[in-house]
Ligand binder design. Structure first.
Ligand SMILES: [Zn+2]
Length: 475
């Protein structure tokens, strides 16, 4: 009999605010995952969704947020991939500014990567960050633990200790796990903690010091290119290792008698073993689709940049368009949109990557990779994909809320009576232009600076309290 204690649950931390009561009147309440699609009032009482829909009576004593009438209410967004830069790089972002940027974008929770200084590779460091989030963050912060010690890709991090401290997942994001044997061990240990491993796919011997997608534009601009195979080749290798570990686990489950009790029909746990981060290439989407059809326990994400922008834009030499993996061709972009639409790609992650001016305002070859993204994700995708008919609003909301939660094994925000109030209110008709004045992040390196979007987050509510609000037309 297995007497080892079960793995501890992921910890999401933020400041506590008194739970509120208020009415958001005459709004479109939309939670596609739960078939909620109704116009009426949303009543929050003591921090819980108390009534939804037409005719719900407004208690006399409760504040009515009249200026939100006509907006849409969505279950709060959850970002599975952000860099909040704490500890060590607080000059780029910290838990207060990063979580405020998240709230400004409609996010109720954000998961921070481990490539900090020091790297979050042991229990005490992870616990320290989450303690800080409890003091500073306005939306929930989950932390990822690194997969390898100091993200060097040589030996395992303190994975059990990290799990006990409450990390959500393991990842060396920013760097690939090049050593296949190490990856094998990471997957085996992660399985024991019931956390997914988030994989950054990059064959460094192909990407080298590439600046952008390898293709006609990189040739024309004389910039070193990164071929799609730098990603899809790594993905193909990693898939084989996932298949191997998955088969091993099923065999062990059978031997240990887990199959005997339930017989042949006993359910196999299908939580993802591996989550592929920020896909950029059509070939990657094709490989993920085929593997999912075969039942391989994987999930995948894509960023707004890779869904909307293409390599031709690099003709401006705008350093904010330099991201890793790079934005690629029109064919790649269209394949990613199709893969998000059909569920091959499970969710949207921002890869919010703040950098200071001295790291970006240099020749593009030397500029740091990354763009901030929390504040623009919904508006950019609503404008570029929903309003153009390429993606349904339902799928977008799902991919930004429930999708990431299922990948990470987190509780999904829901617009159901009795649920904690975790939602955002969006004016789907308000136009706005992304300028530095609109940004709450400590850094300004947005690939969307100057873009005009339609759809503005007006209110974000976390655990029954208003964490961020913006008047109509306000920056
Ligand atoms: Zn990242």
């Amino acid at each position: 009999m297995d007497t080892t204690p079960g793995p501890s649950a992921p910890r999401l931390a933020c400041r506590t605010f008194p739970r509120e009561s208020f009415v958001v009147p005459d709004v479109h309440i939309f939670d596609p995952q739960r078939d909620v699609d109704v116009v009426g009032d949303l009543l929050v009482e003591n921090g819980q969704v108390a009534a939804v829909g037409p005719g719900s009576n407004r208690p006399a004593s409760v504040e009515v947020l009249h200026d939100l009438a006509g907006c849409w209410v969505f279950p709060g967004f959850v970002d599975p991939h952000a860099h909040l830069r704490t500890p060590g790089f607080e000059y780029k972002e910290d838990l207060a500014s990063g979580s405020l940027a998240a709230a400004s974008g409609g996010y109720v929770a954000v998961v921070a990567m481990a490539n900090t200084e020091p790297v979050i590779d042991s229990g005490p460091i992870a616990a320290w960050v989450l303690d800080q989030a409890e003091k500073q963050a306005v939306v929930r912060v989950g932390q990822v633990g690194s997969a390898s010690k100091a993200q060097k890709g040589e030996e395992l991090s303190e994975m059990r200790e990290l799990a006990d401290a409450g990390v959500v997942a393991f990842s060396d994001d920013g760097k690939p796990i090049s050593d296949a044997d190490l990856l094998l061990h990471v997957l085996r240990y992660a399985r024991g903690t019931r956390r997914p491993v988030l994989l950054h796919l990059e064959n460094k011997s192909l990407s080298l010091d590439g600046v952008m997608h390898e293709g006609r534009w990189s040739a024309r601009l004389g910039l070193r290119g990164i071929p799609p195979a730098a990603e899809s080749g790594s993905l193909a290798r990693d898939l084989e290792i996932v298949r191997y570990v998955d088969a091993e686990e099923k065999r062990l489950a059978r031997l240990s008698g887990a199959g005997a009790a339930g017989g042949a029909a006993s359910p196999v746990r299908r939580a993802p073993l591996v989550h592929f981060q920020h896909l950029s290439a059509a070939d990657s989407a094709r490989l993920v689709r085929a593997a999912k059809e075969q039942g391989v326990p994987i999930t995948a994400e894509v960023t707004p940049l890779h869904l909307l922008l293409t390599d031709e834009r690099l003709t401006t030499f705008d350093q904010n368009l330099k991201v890793n993996p790079p934005i690629r061709s029109i064919e790649d972009r269209d394949a990613l949109v199709a893969a998000l639409a059909d569920g091959t790609i499970d969710c949207v992650g921002t890869d919010h990557a703040p950098h200071a001016p001295h790291e970006k305002e240099v020749p593009i070859e030397e500029a740091a990779s990354g763009s901030i993204g929390l504040e623009t994700a919904f508006a950019a995708l609503h404008t570029g994909l929903v309003l153009t008919g390429k993606l349904s609003l339902a799928r977008l909301v799902e991919a930004m809320s429930g999708g990431p939660c299922r990948v990470l094994g987190l509780e999904e925000p829901r617009l159901a009576v009795g649920s904690p109030a975790d939602f955002c209110v969006v004016d789907l008709e308000e136009p706005w232009v992304v300028t530095t004045a609109t940004l709450r992040s400590k850094s300004r390196n947005s690939a969307f600076l100057g873009a005009e979007f339609i759809g503005r987050v007006r209110l974000t509510v976390v655990d029954g309290a208003r964490r961020f609000s913006r008047g109509r037309g306000e920056a």
